[in-house]
Design a protein around this ligand. Structure first.
Ligand code: ATP
Length: 239
């Protein structure tokens, strides 16, 4: 197996004095899709926030592409190549779709390449091209998720982290998003996916990390996790 792109070890993190994540360890290979599953409050969003530098690492290490990032500012995580599509998408509502995509490239200076990448995103999500001038806040939920993913990709990340991919979206939209995520991964960008719908998560990802009250309780190939009786009962509603 190739060297991991992301390697997290003994990670402890939380909010101020409150520790939410304990001794987290897992890795993500280049171009790999890994899903993060767990009950409400297990710490999935907290982990993504820590891996984008929004929350400080209390202990442990985050190595990305050979760089030690624990303790770094969010900007350093971004420039290292980690993009975060947060829960609720957090688009710039009053700005146009096209301007939201440009905001995703705000650390880049290669103007011509930025425009080329916008074209690429428009090809990936034709609906965004059709709605380029529309205010992002007026898009449907599925369109907003597409816009948020495209904005994340505009930073040319090597790891795209998506929090709650399918929340509130129709099955056809989730299917389309799944196709795009597979395409992104084929192009060599790794994806770390938080997904409430565990069956969908296991379909998309090659490996999964199960979080239980802030700790990794299980981790392995999704083909194995989906056969695990405890996982099936606790997270997939299958007895
Ligand atoms: P969900 O699936 O419900 O979104 P999650 O697995 O993403 O859950 P987190 O949102 O990471 O879980 O929350 C993990 C724990 O951290 C919870 O106990 C939550 O109450 C706590 N928490 C989240 N945000 C804060 C905050 N700003 N300050 C203090 N505690 C917080």
């Amino acid at each position: 197996m190739s060297e991991p792109l992301l390697k997290v070890a003994s990670l402890v993190s939380g909010y101020g004095d409150i520790t939410v994540l304990h001794d987290i360890a897992f890795d993500v290979a280049p171009g790999e899709i890994v899903c993060l599953v767990g009950s409400n409050g297990a710490g999935k969003s907290t982990l993504l926030r820590t891996l984008s530098g929004l929350l400080a690492t209390q202990r442990g290490s985050i190595h990305f592409d050979g760089r030690a990032l624990a303790g770094a500012a969010p900007r350093e995580f971004l420039t290292a190549g980690i993009a975060h599509v947060p829960e609720g998408r957090r688009l710039f509502g009053p700005m146009s779709v096209a301007d939201n995509l440009r905001m995703g490239a705000y650390l880049r200076t290669d103007k011509a390449e930025i425009e080329r990448d916008i074209e690429k995103m428009n090809a990936m999500f034709p609906i965004l091209a059709a709605r380029a001038k529309q205010q992002a806040g007026t898009l449907s939920g599925g369109e907003q998720q597409m816009c948020a993913i495209a904005r994340g990709m505009m930073g040319r990340p090597r790891l795209l982290m998506i929090d709650e991919l399918s929340l509130g979206l129709a099955p056809q939209v989730v299917e389309k998003l799944g196709e795009v995520i597979a395409q992104i991964s084929l192009e060599g960008v790794a994806v770390l996916l938080v997904e409430q719908d565990v069956a969908t998560a296991f379909e998309l990802a090659s490996r999964g990390v199960v979080l239980d009250t802030g700790r990794v309780s299980l981790l392995g190939p999704t083909a194995e996790l989906s056969r695990n009786p405890a996982v099936r009962q606790a997270y997939m509603g299958i007895a």
